[in-house]
Design a protein around this ligand. Structure first.
Ligand code: KG4
Ligand code: ZN
Length: 343
């Protein structure tokens, strides 16, 4: 019997990006993302505004995803949506939309864990990249999370280390804010660092009780005191040395990440290393990880740019695996702002 082709509509609305994708089995037919520029002026995501923008964006974004994929909504086999973790007001928009459409079309509903989706984005069908074999290590780095995971199956994620305070994305964004850059500042630090000297300034690295844990709140404070001191001597310090400051902060962050993932590889003996999450878009992290293939004998898995920051395609791939296992959810399922990676 010929295997049925499955079409899944997936929806992601956990934070400040409204996204919808159509997957045909594990292949992405469309992946539309509407960013919310409104938060730039506030230096961070304003939950109330995010929720309102999701309400405005969700219908046109889903419409565009269907059009780009050339799929009629009546041909969909299931609807996947982000259940959590994330901002409750944002999650509720995607959750209620997905529930209503699944009832209207009478097709199954699939509730997806956002953090699992970042990791499993590596299993999206791509002719240029093969997925990592189990077990592999994944450094999940985003605006809300920083974790080193030992991934033993599509459903088992052992947390070997995680941040005890700020996420690495926050370290990038908060530093950027101190430099007067708009939110999200991570991509801008990456951009300015390209023309800077990474060794121009040094910032001390944090110590944690578990050597695989992370701590980034100290770095933010160190940068703040450093800038205050330098600006007293020269009020144009940030303007004059922006590239060097960005390169030095980024260099410190990349070192902190690499030291820990290297240790995790040594402790577990696992040499298949993946990165995931919005911060994995960072060019320095990507090139440093790639260089570890030669220096440490690793095989590395670096996601395509479009699957690093929040997107619905990653929700769709987890939805596809759940669909194959017939793990459907009832329409009384609730959004959850604080889901654990294994939930
Ligand atoms: O995964 P994501 O889109 O949202 C969360 O689930 O948190 O990650 C967003 C984070 C933001 O902190 C943003 O500044 C950071 O990813 N980011 C970057 C880069 N691109 C996005 N950080 C550093 N370098 C980049 N190129
Ligand atoms: Zn995310």
């Amino acid at each position: 019997m010929e295997k049925k082709t499955i079409h899944i509509l997936s929806i992601e609305s956990s934070c400040d990006d409204t996204s919808a994708a159509i997957l045909e089995n594990s292949k992405v037919l469309s992946n539309v993302v509407a960013n919310q520029n409104i938060h730039a002026a506030y230096g961070g995501v304003v939950p109330e505004l995010a929720s309102r923008a999701h309400q405005q964006n969700i219908v046109p974004v889903v419409d565009q995803a269907l059009k780009q994929a050339d799929i009629n909504k009546n041909d969909l086999d299931a609807i996947a949506f982000t259940q959590g973790p994330g901002l409750m007001g944002s999650l509720l928009v995607g959750t209620s939309f997905a529930k209503s459409l699944s009832i209207a079309l009478n097709i199954p509903l699939l509730a997806i864990n956002h953090m699992q989706a970042h990791v499993l984005a590596h299993f999206i069908d791509d002719k240029n990249q093969s997925p990592p074999p189990f077990p592999f290590l994944c450094l999940t780095i985003s605006g809300g999370h920083t974790q080193i995971l030992k991934v033993t199956s599509f459903k088992h994620f052992e947390i070997l280390g995680e941040t005890i305070d700020d996420a690495v994305g926050e370290a990038f964004d908060k530093t950027a804010k101190l430099l007067g850059l708009p939110y999200p500042g991570g991509p801008l630090i990456d951009k300015y660092a390209k023309d800077g000297d990474p060794r121009a300034f040094t910032f001390s690295k944090p110590k944690t009780k578990n050597p695989l844990d992370f701590s980034f709140s100290g770095l933010k404070t160190a940068v703040l005191y450093f800038l205050q001191k330098e600006q007293k001597l020269n009020p144009s310090f940030i303007k004059n040395r922006l590239n060097d400051i960005c390169a030095s902060v980024q260099f410190t962050i990349v070192n902190i990440l690499m030291e820990r993932i290297k240790l995790a590889s040594e402790l577990t003996g696992i040499k298949h290393i993946a990165i995931a999450g919005g911060v994995s878009a960072n060019s320095e992290i990507r090139s440093t990880l790639k260089s570890m293939e030669t220096s440490s004998g690793w095989t590395t898995y670096i996601p395509k740019f479009e699957y690093t920051t929040d997107n619905a395609a990653m929700i769709g791939i987890v939805g596809y695996f759940k669909y194959l296992n017939k793990e459907f959810d009832k329409d009384d399922i609730k959004a959850s702002s604080s889901l654990d990676i294994n939930q």
